[in-house]
Design a protein around this ligand. Structure first.
Ligand code: ZN
Length: 62
């Protein structure tokens, strides 16, 4: 197994990373990605909710 960050052979202690540094890098990427993901955009819903249209032309003019 190689380090997904730098491609060096992973060590037993920090696997799947090669060092603490690469593990921190991966953690930083994960946190950054987590913050970058907007709410509700995790793929749980394929279709967006219907737009909330304001009521127009519903009043009778009689
Ligand atoms: Zn590495």
């Amino acid at each position: 197994m190689t380090c997904p960050i730098c491609g060096k052979p992973a060590t037993e202690r920090y696997r799947p990373f090669c060092s603490r540094r690469c593990a921190d890098v991966d953690l930083g990427r994960w946190l950054t990605g987590a913050y970058a993901i907007p709410a509700g955009a995790e793929g749980e819903t394929d279709s967006p909710p219907p737009p909330d249209l304001p009521p127009t032309q519903t009043d009778r003019k009689d």
